[in-house]
Structures are given as structure tokens and as C-alpha cells.
Design a protein around this ligand. Structure first.
Ligand SMILES: CC(C)(COP(=O)(O)OP(=O)(O)OC[C@H]1O[C@@H](n2cnc3c(N)ncnc32)[C@H](O)[C@@H]1OP(=O)(O)O)[C@@H](O)C(=O)NCCC(=O)NCCS
Length: 223
């Protein structure tokens, strides 16, 4: 996955029965800078080896529209909104935040203790996120992740399908990604979604000597 350098919607599959959160109860929306603190905290939990810090997220958001990020939000699993320092995470997406105007400084003071609030006024929790880089004829999956509580519900596939559709609409002919060879859930997700193995970069991930598997999905046929 492109994240390893750490510079450093769409066909909706049928939702599977879910323990915690059915994918059908989850909405996808564009990520905004207001999500960055949450995304960095989640990344630290979900990516053991190469989590993106807030600075990286800011850099990624600064690269839009070439970069595109989406978050999956639902009403479940409030405990996942605890940030690394143990305090309650308190952002606040406002419904009229569509233009996503960003502050000039990368760190906005947090002024309240309220959770994200969706357009219908309900607390909103990020259950997953995904990002894309589109440059000419090729697009890359920058990241994709689902919180443990929401896994196995089809949300990862839904996020991936969203990226496939977004890349196709942006004119890309192929979508590429790289994944650790020991990441069986992700490999399964990608292969079920029609990605083919292109090559393997031996011992790419360090430490640990873990290979990187490069996968590709041709997009022309999905247009
Ligand atoms: C990889 C990840 C995004 C999958 O999310 P998810 O919401 O659980 O995936 P889905 O429920 O949509 O399942 C998609 C497919 O992957 C398969 N899959 C998901 N988790 C799996 C697991 N633990 N073992 C085997 N297969 C698994 C599912 O069976 C499904 O295939 P299907 O067509 O047979 O149903 C999630 O495990 C995750 O966030 N992992 C940590 C972050 C990460 O590694 N991201 C990828 C970096 S390259």
C-alpha cells in the first residue's frame, strides 16, 4: 500500500449479517480536515507497523484533489473514539462543512467534548476509511482500514468498491496497491474484489523481512 513510504461509490455489495454494525447502517462521506485527529488515532490502532501521524494526514489532505479520502460513519462502537492519550475524542463535523475549508495551521485547538454529529443530529463514529491517489492513467490505493468492531460486515469491500468507482470516474485505467504478504484479511479482500497479483517485492517491509505483494485491478471493464 502506498502508505508504506509514509511520505514518510458505486456498486454496493450485499451487506452481510453483522455483529456490531451492519455495513448497510454505515454511510460513506468525504473525509475532511476535521477528521484528521480521529484518523491519526485510528491509524495508530489499526496499523501496527506504519501508522500515519497527523502531519502525514495533513500532507495527504493538502494533496487533494489528486488524493481522495472517504470515511465510513455509523452510530456504533463509541469506545473506538478514544484517542491515544485516553481522552475522549471530540470533533464535530458540521453538516455545512461541505467545502471543507481548512485552517492554515495543522493543529486546531479542540474546544468541546462533543462527538461528531451527523446531518440528522446523531453522534457519528468513524468505522472505516480509505484513500486514493489518482495520477493520469493509474490510481493507487493509499490506505484502507475498518475498525475491529465493524469488520466482517462487508465494509472493507464497500470502501474498496468506492475507490474503484472513484478511480474509474477520474479516468484511471488501473488501480494498484501494495500489501504485506502476511496480511491475509487484506489479501482476501483484494482478491475477492478482482485484483490480480502483479509482482512481489521481496523483504520490502522492514523490520521483519516481509514481502510486499503488488496487486492491480484493470478498470476499463468497470466503466
Ligand atoms: C482488511 C480489512 C480492511 C478488511 O475489512 P472488512 O470490513 O473486515 O472486510 P469485509 O467484511 O468487506 O470482507 C471482504 C472480504 O475479505 C474477507 N475477509 C475479511 N476479513 C478476513 C479475515 N480475517 N480472514 C479471511 N478473510 C477475510 C471476507 O471474507 C470477504 O470476502 P468474501 O467475499 O468471501 O465475503 C480489515 O481487516 C482491516 O482494516 N485490517 C487492518 C488494516 C489493514 O490491514 N488494511 C489493509 C492494508 S493493505
Amino acid at each position: 500500500m502506498a502508505r508504506l513510504t509514509d511520505h514518510t461509490p458505486s456498486p454496493e455489495p450485499a451487506a452481510q449479517p453483522a455483529a456490531a454494525t451492519a455495513s448497510a447502517d454505515v454511510a460513506l462521506r468525504p473525509a475532511t480536515w476535521r477528521d484528521i485527529e480521529t484518523l491519526a488515532a485510528l491509524d495508530a490502532q489499526l496499523f501496527e507497523h506504519d501508522a500515519w501521524r497527523e502531519r502525514t494526514w495533513w500532507d495527504e489532505f493538502a494533496a487533494r484533489p489528486r488524493r481522495q479520502y472517504v470515511v465510513a460513519v455509523g452510530a456504533a462502537v463509541p469506545q473506538q473514539r478514544v484517542v491515544a492519550d485516553g481522552t475522549a475524542h471530540a470533533p464535530e463535523a458540521s453538516p455545512d462543512d461541505a467545502d471543507d475549508r481548512e485552517p492554515s495551521a495543522p493543529s486546531m485547538p479542540r474546544t468541546d467534548g462533543a462527538p461528531h454529529v451527523s446531518a440528522n443530529g446523531h453522534p457519528e463514529h468513524i468505522l472505516g476509511y480509505a484513500g486514493l491517489d489518482v495520477a493520469g492513467s493509474t490510481a493507487d490505493v493509499m490506505t484502507i482500514a475498518v475498525t475491529p468492531e465493524a469488520r466482517g460486515t462487508g465494509l472493507g469491500r464497500r470502501l474498496l468498491d468506492h475507490l474503484v468507482t472513484a478511480a474509474t470516474h477520474a479516468g484511471a485505467e488501473a488501480l494498484l496497491l501494495e500489501v504485506r504478504a502476511d496480511n491475509d484479511p487484506a489479501l482476501r479482500l483484494y482478491e475477492r474484489a478482482g485484483f490480480d497479483r502483479l509482482t512481489v517485492r521481496r523483504r520490502y517491509y522492514q523490520p521483519g523481512d516481509v514481502d510486499a505483494v503488488i496487486l492491480r485491478k484493470l478498470l476499463k471493464e468497470t466503466r
